[in-house]
Design a binder for this molecule. Structure first.
Ligand code: NDP
Length: 407
């Protein structure tokens, strides 16, 4: 039976989730989109109606406040919440789900506002409470985290007994023609990139300076790009859940102009999250910068090119010689925009959020407790990726160190 869903967050990703849920009335019978600014929800609802013919409801909520969330959930009575607000709201929304008996899904792990530190520990601490309440929380159902975790689970199920190394490669080959803009929330994006990098090897985290390691990789659909080693949240759960894993790293591409701007921003202290005194007001430099930068949602119509995100996985089967698979998706910015009014970075996050919710609503993935994506059966998710707009390829490959030497 089709289910009611409540989507929280009306940014680029919320726009895609609302459009994609509306495309599957047999799964999502009734959709409410709520966010801090109701007018953004209303604008998305108008577009959803024009594109899919479906009416969706809208509401205002401050998701930092549990009582407001509880009141809204009691009014809407959804089967589950799709949280695509900011990572800061994860815990309040999980608390409200527990109080009202509603399932939960998000795309990014909790991060305290005053400390640029994202970790699963806060959300994993909800394990017993969700299990005892008979509720499910699905964590990180975007692309990375999300699809990348499912690609690893697929590799383990269909190719390997043991996975030895994983390299996650995230390439955005899109060009918006502006000197500097971020493709998703600038505050979250810049906090992620300016931190020290980290990868996991032989049971330990190895810390690196920001942008310390660079490689050039030839991405299908995009071409040659420089990519840099970063910390990314899916590594925290994958290093626990992939048997035999010896090393996992994450790489993201950046253009020269983007890095030059970031360096200047950093040298000026504009990426700081420490409040400063300015003309009698306290302001946070990074939030001030966010107000100056283009709204990521405005990049949709002007972004051309493709994203290519995937996993290069090496391992063994039946005690044989190590071999490598490369599993990836290519997504076109303009096609994503035509379908949902959002560019590919939002699209590649919103579609997996809808699929995770679909598998929960259909009971395919539904199970009490707090789950990371690689802990569920990858097959139905991989099938839906192909059917719902993010087709993937799974090919024989060489280890990353052989195709893209260190520079
Ligand atoms: P945006 O900044 O575009 O949108 C966030 C939305 O959340 C805005 O509409 C904002 O409201 C709303 N919001 C913020 N605070 C509150 C609050 N207290 N109460 C209610 N609503 C609130 O971000 P994106 O759409 O780009 O990203 C959404 C999420 O997706 C983020 O958590 C991001 O980290 C995650 N993400 C995950 C990826 C993945 O692959 N896993 C990739 C990209 C993003 P307002 O409009 O009023 O500011």
């Amino acid at each position: 039976m089709a289910k009611k869903v409540l989507i929280i967050g009306a940014g680029g990703v919320g726009r895609v989730v609302a459009h994609k849920c509306a495309e599957y009335p047999e799964v999502f019978s009734d959709i409410t989109l709520a966010s801090r600014t109701k007018s953004k929800c209303d604008a998305i609802a108008v577009d959803v109606k024009a594109k899919t013919g479906r009416e969706i409801h809208t509401a205002q909520v401050d998701a930092d406040r549990v009582p407001e969330l509880v009141a809204l959930i009691r009014e809407v009575k959804p089967f589950m919440i799709i949280n695509v607000a900011l990572p800061y709201q994860d815990l309040t929304i999980m608390d409200a789900c527990l109080e009202t008996g509603v399932h939960y899904l998000d795309t990014a792990n909790y991060e305290p506002k005053d400390e640029a530190k994202f970790e699963y520990k806060w959300q994993w601490a909800y394990q017993d409470r969700f299990r005892e309440a008979g509720l499910m929380a699905l964590l990180g159902s975007g692309f990375d985290p999300g699809v990348t975790n499912v690609f690893c689970a697929h590799a383990l199920k269909h190719h390997f007994d043991e996975i030895h190394t994983v390299d996650i490669l995230d390439c955005n080959g899109g060009d918006h023609g502006l000197p500097f803009a971020t493709n998703f929330n600038p505050e979250i994006n810049i906090r992620e990139i300016t931190q020290n990098g980290r990868y996991w090897e032989n049971g330990h985290w190895v810390e690196t300076k920001p942008m310390q390691y660079r490689r050039t990789f030839d991405f299908e659909g995009v071409g040659k790009k420089n990519m840099y080693l970063l910390y990314h949240e899916e590594m925290e759960s994958l290093c626990r859940n992939l048997p035999g894993l010896k090393r996992i790293r994450f790489w993201m591409t950046f253009g020269e102009s983007y890095l030059k701007h970031l360096e200047v921003i950093h040298n000026l202290g504009l990426d700081s999250i420490e409040p400063i005194e300015f003309e009698g007001h306290k302001i946070v430099p990074l939030q001030f910068l966010k107000a100056l930068l283009p709204d990521p949602a405005s990049l949709g119509p002007r972004t051309k090119g493709k994203t290519n995100i995937g996993c290069i996985v090496t391992g063994t089967k039946g005690g044989g010689k190590p071999f490598t698979r490369y599993i990836y998706n290519i997504c076109d910015h303009q096609e994503a925009y035509r379908e949902t009014g959002a560019q590919a970075v939002s699209y590649t996050t919103g579609v997996p959020a809808m699929i995770g919710a679909k598998l929960m609503c259909e009971s395919t993935w539904l199970e009490s407790g707090v789950w990371n994506m690689e802990q569920r059966d990858p097959d139905p998710f991989m099938r839906d990726l192909n059917a719902c707009g993010l087709p993937w390829k799974d090919i024989e490959f060489k280890p990353l160190d052989e195709v893209a030497p260190q520079q």
